[in-house]
Design a protein around this ligand. Structure first.
Ligand code: CP
Length: 315
């Protein structure tokens, strides 16, 4: 791996702040790292001696594990801290927590937090780079990047593609990151949801809005299904999950009206049978596990681009 590139940002907090050149650089770098995960010995020495801290205040399977695997495949030392097992439960503030972690000389912090804006706040108090691994309902940039990599692998160019995002747009940091990123990359985005699951003013982000699943996916190159966030549905926005599924669960019947080349993606975790039927989820157009595979390469690329070059310069 000899590529040297720079990003316009030293932290990865939002897709809104990344340029098209940044996104291309990250996707190209991730592409070149994919091969490492196919080797018998899945390790390269690029970040040997570097320390990564994963600080997760919310549950995670895919994101936390793939950031850890990505760091280890680059030979970094990776420390995982869960919020529930940290001294925040004894009353220590988030800022005191990260300042204490920084005092142990990590090279980068990966942060997931239930409060929108927490990773951005942290960047004001520590000097090391921060990667947002999902903050509240705000953004989830590495998820968006792995989504784009998966789409690019199957469609070639991103520019001009039509994407329909279906589901709980109001609570979705994945939708927000992807809307920003897809618009930056010249893609057309439509959102499909019942009105209570759409944030007021969503059109201002440059998306088309539709309340009918069949109409909304008709011309789509890519259908992104979002999870109904059961843990964030305490405001009574939906009368029942069954009613939501009746109108918005993607089934084979809907796919009979779209092109055979239309791709299906979902960030996971999936509520089987609520937002996507079992046969669609397991069907030939579904790229859900490809997305997870690409998550490792994207996170390797982010670590490399934020740390690798300065590592090379310090040798
Ligand atoms: N897509 C995603 O963020 O999954 P996890 O919550 O399991 O990390």
């Amino acid at each position: 791996m000899t590529q040297t590139t720079t990003l316009s940002q030293r932290n990865i907090i939002t897709m809104e702040s990344l340029t098209a050149n940044d996104i291309d650089t990250i996707l190209d770098t991730a592409d070149s790292f994919k091969e490492v995960s196919t080797r018998a010995i899945k390790k390269v020495p690029i970040l040997r001696g570097r320390t990564i801290i994963n600080l997760f205040f919310e549950p995670s399977t895919r994101t936390r594990t793939s950031f850890e695997i990505a760091g280890k495949r680059l030979s970094a030392d990776v420390i995982n801290i869960s919020g529930a097992a940290s001294s925040t439960v004894k009353g220590e503030s988030l800022i005191d927590t990260v300042r204490n972690l920084e005092a142990m000389s990590p090279d980068i912090l990966v942060v997931r937090h239930n409060c929108s804006g927490a990773p951005a706040l942290i960047t004001q108090f520590i000097s090391k780079p921060v990667i947002n691994a999902g903050d509240g309902t705000h953004e989830h940039p590495s998820q968006s990047l792995l989504d784009l990599l998966t789409i690019r692998e199957h469609k070639g160019d991103l520019k001009g593609l039509k994407v329909t995002i279906v589901g709980d747009i109001a609570h979705s940091r994945v939708a927000r990151s992807n809307i920003h990123a897809m618009k930056t990359m010249g893609m057309t985005v439509k959102v499909v949801a019942p009105p209570p699951l759409l944030p007021i003013g969503i059109e201002q982000l440059g998306v088309d809005v539709c309340h009918d699943l069949e109409k909304g996916i008709k011309d789509a190159d890519v259908i992104m299904i979002l999870r109904i966030q059961l843990e964030r549905q305490n405001q009574g926005l939906l009368s029942s999950l069954r009613e939501y599924s009746n109108y918005f669960c993607l089934t084979e019947k809907h796919l009979s009206n779209v092109s055979d080349d239309t791709l299906i993606i979902h960030p996971g975790p999936v509520n089987r049978g609520v937002e996507i039927s079992l046969d669609v989820m397991e069907g030939p157009r579904s790229l859900i596990l490809n997305q997870v595979t690409n998550g490792v390469a994207i996170r390797m690329a982010l670590f490399y681009l934020l740390l690798g070059e300065s590592d090379a310069n310090s040798n």
